[in-house]
Write a protein that binds this ligand. Structure first.
Ligand SMILES: *Cc1c(COP(=O)(O)O)cnc(C)c1O
Length: 505
């Protein structure tokens, strides 16, 4: 079945409806059988209940045997990498169920490991071991990786489609918070009149600290220059409230910084509308896409977003603390040169380093900064190839599909979770409230479920015993995030069975 039919069969208006009989494991399995993306699950290593309980690196797990066949020329290296992954549990006898994939619903925090990551990292290590410093400029045949110097550009153009950007508008570098600082250094240019930064009520701590410290570096007091738009009683912020805040500060705000998807509530903001509204009032607009990149379709170029940042370890599965992404709209990345012999480059002011320098003349070491046009001109350092190799491996899986197909499945998967949650609520009134918007257009994969008092720890114990991985935020929120690239409908069904047991016990 086509992806689109798969979704539209059930999609009516702003919500997806399921028949009453959908509350069975068989129904979940029937949705899995029709899922056009089902095969991608096999490209990931999903922890098992047994592996989750491990206290040491499993003895015989993940033995990497690398045979390197070297031809006469050092440039012509053939590497055969065999990865054997056997799951052995050293201590207790495990049941078959213990060795089945766990229900992993934490892709909003750390995505599962794509099998390709190990292959790509091994290829990098083999290259480095074989040709040393020459690896900067010479890729080896039979390697999935290009020369190290070309890797950031390759990962950037592979990421562009995921966020709806032109290839030159994306640069993969640093980590999210550092990229946010680099962007604020360039895009937050307060004047006596316009100095405020508008954010939402509960910025992620790192974003809050970044904004607070940038204000202070400019001699501003956050108490006077930071505007936090408050939610309604349900933790959601209606678009109208954001637009009203923009109007209220239309004369004194310099910058608006919002999350594409709010990490706590799971609310997806109306990025194009808010961006256009703020820009029309002279305000620069940046988005933190930590929870949106790889989760929902984005069109950063067409939406005319000024800048955006994201991490690659949540929905993009590149591994803990992996390298970050950064978008700079093409209108801000231009580099022009003045006429004459001493032709001087003109470009948007920024914090600079040697890797932002145009690649063709980077190694002349003449200390005359000529930035690479586009987002790449915002780089500072030589990027970590370990990080880039890991991301390249993850993207090699991600790019087997596209955001439209992932979103089609995600709409169904999360709506199925919502349908089952509503069933539990009918049986156990008041057990929880779903904070995330009911309108599918205002959310991504995640549903934030606020449990009634005292239920969080109990649910946590049940999850642990059942091998369910799900994020718990005190005082009482669980963030349920079925990820379309590796989760399935049976996962959703199993999760709800465990949750209901916790509620009913
Ligand atoms: C995950 C996340 C971060 C993490 O920042 P790092 O610099 O990668 O540690 C920052 N902001 C938001 C909104 C996030 O969700």
């Amino acid at each position: 079945m086509e992806t689109s039919n798969f979704t539209t069969a059930l999609l009516q208006g702003h919500s997806i409806t399921f028949p009453e009989s959908a509350n069975t494991r068989e129904y979940a399995a029937s949705l899995d059988a029709q899922d056009p993306l089902a095969a991608l699950r096999a490209d990931f290593i999903i922890p098992t209940k047994a592996s989750l309980a491990a206290k040491s690196i499993p003895v015989a797990t993940s033995t990497l045997q690398t045979t390197t066949l070297r031809n006469d020329s050092a440039q012509d290296l053939t590497t055969t990498t065999t990865t054997t992954t056997t799951t052995t549990n050293n201590a207790d006898a495990t049941t078959a169920e213990d060795n089945e994939p766990a229900v992993y619903f934490c892709g909003n925090s750390l995505g599962c490991q794509p099998k390709a990551v190990r292959t790509y990292l091994a290829a990098h290590l083999d290259t480095w071991a074989s040709v040393g410093v020459q690896g900067h400029h010479h890729g080896l045949t039979a390697s999935p990786l290009p020369a190290w110097q070309d890797l950031a550009a390759q990962a950037s153009s592979q990421s562009a489609a995921i966020v709806g950007a032109q290839p030159d508008e994306v640069i993969i570098m640093n980590t999210l918070t550092i990229n946010l600082h680099l962007m604020l250094a360039s895009f937050y240019t307060p004047t006596a009149q316009r100095h405020k930064i508008i954010c939402e009520w509960k910025p992620f701590p790192s974003d809050y600290y970044a904004v607070e410290s940038q204000l202070r570096l400019h001699g501003r007091d956050p108490a006077a220059s930071l505007v936090l738009v408050q939610p309604d009683a349900n933790a959601l912020i209606p678009t109208a409230k954001i637009l009203a805040a923009i109007d209220e500060h239309a004369d004194d705000a310099a910058l608006l910084l919002l999350p594409g998807i709010q990490y706590y509530s799971g609310q997806l903001f109306d990025i194009p509308r808010i961006t256009a509204y703020a820009q029309a009032r002279g305000i620069m607009v940046g988005w933190d896409l930590a929870h949106a990149a790889g989760n929902v379709p984005l069109k950063l170029h067409d939406w005319n977003v000024d800048f955006a940042v994201w991490c690659t370890y949540k929905y993009l599965n590149a591994g803990p603390g992996s390298i970050g992404g950064c978008f700079v709209h093409e209108k801000h990345g231009a580099v022009t040169y003045s006429d004459g012999v001493d032709s001087v480059p003109m470009f948007r002011p920024r914090l600079t380093g040697w890797y932002g320098h145009d690649k063709d003349t980077r190694f002349l070491m003449d200390n005359k900064f000529r930035p690479t046009p586009g987002a790449a001109g915002f780089q500072c350092s030589n990027p970590s190839v370990v990080d880039l190799a890991s991301l390249s491996g993850a993207l090699s899986v991600f790019n087997k599909t596209d955001m439209a197909s992932l979103r089609a499945k995600s709409l169904l998967l999360t709506s199925y979770a919502e349908f089952l949650l509503d069933g539990i609520l009918e049986r156990y009134e008041g057990a929880f409230t779903v904070l995330t918007p009911r309108n599918v257009a205002e959310r991504g994969a995640q549903l934030s479920v606020l449990l009634r008092d005292g239920l969080l720890e109990k649910a946590g114990d049940f999850f642990k015993n059942a091998g369910v991985v799900c994020d718990q935020r005190k005082p009482g929120v669980i963030r349920v995030a079925p990820v379309p690239i590796y989760n399935n409908f049976t996962d959703v069904w199993k999760f709800m069975e465990v949750l209901e047991k916790a509620i009913s016990s």
